[in-house]
Design a protein around this ligand. Structure first.
Ligand SMILES: Nc1ncnc2c1ncn2[C@@H]1O[C@H](COP(=O)(O)OP(=O)(O)OP(=O)(O)O)[C@@H](O)[C@H]1O
Ligand SMILES: [Mg+2]
Length: 255
């Protein structure tokens, strides 16, 4: 039956040496939403991201993206389908400039397919120019253009998080998973990130699933918000509903 879900998680489980990190977890992300994923430390949020993106394989359960199972796909195939993620700790390439960090994002580059019938020096040059233009447009969009030629290693934590977001945009994603995009980020850049996520959602049509401990950020930005505790979903709703949900309050107090 057709539905409006870009991502479907069904009865997903994963354990590590006896620790049940994800426990029969099910939830959906609807197309076009900015969905929040919260829960106490160790609730299993990052593990769920690792299972969705093929960095880990599940013990049981299913993950579907755009109504198709992806849980047997290797990471690079999932990426090519338009599902990309960032990491809890930024993974910028410190000795490359901001622009270069965008240019190394892989996306069906003709230059890399040496056996392609399109292979020719001119075509590679053209591809490179198109990529540079695209990267510059994205840096304009995210308002990082003043840092185009700065080494990524010199950026502040918040600027690195903006760079991570910009890198995801290079691959024309449909769904972006952000793992703690504002952890350690100063309040001005928190607002900047929020605005950029909203604009990417509205203007570029990108769906977001966002893990974050900053409750103001999540409550302002996300609808719905899904709450995990002990590896499973315990609640889902608007910010107001989540705030007044007793099981959510208990999970945080217990944690
Ligand atoms: N690779 C691993 N090997 C062993 N245990 C792991 C591994 N990854 C996660 N865990 C354990 O699984 C549980 C869930 O961890 P996970 O990182 O998914 O939580 P989280 O909700 O992202 O927490 P946080 O908010 O602190 O980032 C924890 O008990 C964690 O110690
Ligand atoms: Mg985590």
């Amino acid at each position: 039956m057709p539905n409006n879900n870009i991502l479907t998680i069904e009865n997903l489980s994963k354990s590590f040496d006896g620790i049940q990190a994800v426990n029969n977890c099910s939830f959906n992300v609807s197309t076009g939403s900015i969905t929040g994923l919260i829960g106490p430390n160790g609730a299993g949020k990052t593990t769920v991201f690792n299972l969705i993106t093929g960095f880990l394989s599940q013990d049981s359960g299913n993950v579907s993206f755009q109504q198709k199972l992806i849980d047997k796909d290797p990471t690079h195939n999932i990426f090519k389908k338009g599902l990309v993620r960032t990491f809890q700790i930024p993974r910028e390439l410190k000795k490359m400039t901001v622009l270069e960090n965008l240019l190394v994002v892989p996306k069906n580059q003709i230059g890399e397919h040496i056996w392609s019938p399109l292979f020719s020096f001119k075509k590679i040059q053209l591809e490179e120019e198109i990529n540079i233009n695209k990267a510059k447009n994205i840096l304009d969009f995210i308002r990082l253009n003043h840092l185009t030629n700065e080494y990524a290693g010199n950026l502040s934590t918040g600027q690195k998080k903006l760079l991570e977001l910009a890198r995801t945009l290079m691959s024309d994603p449909s769904l972006v998973l952000l793992d703690e995009p504002v952890a350690g980020v100063n309040p001005t850049l928190v607002n900047d990130l929020m605005d950029n996520i909203r604009r990417s959602n509205k203007e570029l049509g990108i769906t977001f699933l966002i893990i974050e401990h900053n409750m103001n950020f999540i409550m302002n930005l996300c609808n719905p918000i899904i709450v995990l505790s002990n590896g499973t979903k315990i609640a889902e709703g608007t910010a107001e509903q989540i705030k007044s949900d007793q099981s959510v309050v208990n999970a945080y107090l217990g944690g």
